[in-house]
Ligand binder design. Sequence first.
Ligand code: PLP
Length: 498
Amino acid sequence: MDEIERLDRREIGAAGRETRAARAGLRALPSVQRLLELAEAAGLAAGGLEAVGGRAALLAAVRAALAAARAEILAGAPAPDEAALLDAARARLAQVPVLRPVLNATGIVLHTNLGRAPLSEAAVAAVAAVAAGYANLEFDLAAGRRGSRDAAVEALICTLTGAEAALVVNNNAAAVLLALSALAAGGEVVVSRGELVEIGGGFRIPEVIAQGGARLVEVGTTNKTRLADYRMAVGPATRVLLRVHPSNYRLVGFTAAPGLAELVGLARETGLPLVEDLGSGALVDLTAWGLPAEPTVRDSIAAGVDLVAFSGDKLLGGPQAGILAGRAAVLAPLRRHPLLRAVRIDKLSLAALQSTLRSYCNPHDAAAELPVLRMLATPGPVLRARAERLAGLIGGGAAVVPVEGFAGGGTLPAAPLPGWAVALSEGEGTPGGGADALAACLRRHDPPVIGRIAADRLLLDVRTLPEDALPTVAVAVRAARNEIVAGAVREQIVTRQS
Ligand SMILES: *Cc1c(COP(=O)(O)O)cnc(C)c1O
């Protein structure tokens, strides 16, 4: 009897009060060792196990399944058979939280829950190159002494945006917080009521201003704000004029807001810095690829905005990062602020960002190299052909349908991207039921496949699926269908027996 089994026996003894039937039920349970062997033979150990922490995770899942079975037996339930115990262990293993690659079949290119922008091949190689060893992260090779962490990307950002200086931090939320803390603490920040937005994950402009130690002064109304509203709000305590790009929503109808040039005029007139939270911050004009216009960082800098903050992993298509570009004199207090140390970017992200920015030095390269731009710009006929190929690989019960996808990540909200998906019909007629079960099976697959449910059907949108992933997705769908059929058969048997 090994250690594990001795522990099992002790637990059973501790339960104490079991009836004769329960005792028989407990005796009928396989040992941990036996279930572990069964689990390995059944392939629970294959594939995904490494991701969930190796054999220790499998042992934990097996033990947990047995413990749950014992509790049920003591509560009067019959002993589960080995197949049911294996299923329980499999289910527990699937619930172990672990960071792992997934296949995104939602069609949402910048899916925040799925890690936003996939990196280019060059960026991945750049990350690997600095990850495995040392790098001149804060070392000036020419001078042989301490250097600046973001010197390498600062020059690139300035070239690409026309800015005089730039600073890079952990993400755009940190960039905005740092800017407000360094420029406005103890004073007032003037913002239009139409721009007091909440971005996903609890980033709300009024709260960020408060966290930065400043007071929010709201001007205008929800739908209409005029330059005169800003001018009236400016007083001796005003430190910053803040403009926020309402990334994830649009005001339509009876609306008005001053143009950038007007706000820049007021900033010059009052001597206040105009700070713009641009959110996504496109580096290139997206209309070149038939996409909706999104304000570019270069446009803001050219218009005279003093400081622009934007994300590295939204439309830019790089790693999680926050970029601040603008006038050197306005950036100077940010460089000295103690918060900078707390929100600094790490070397892996910096390597990926440098590589991503390099792709933009030739806009043609950016479209070819960066997965985000490539996915957003994939032509309809290509998507349709991809969906047809996937449907063919799946076999029966898969229809090719037109869909509306979204860029995601709070970008291009008013611009549905027409695309194509494979619709799996399991769910039809059973609201939520079939499609939900299928989606859950696909999420348990290795690698997990994440689709989206619409009108009781599971949609696999191919915009975000690389061509070489299609066979894997088809295998996952067939396995999921088999699993559902096997589950239904088992249920029938159980129903007949009882
Ligand atoms: C997305 C967004 C942020 C937050 O950026 P992260 O890089 O996700 O931290 C802040 N402001 C606006 C307007 C945004 O769209």
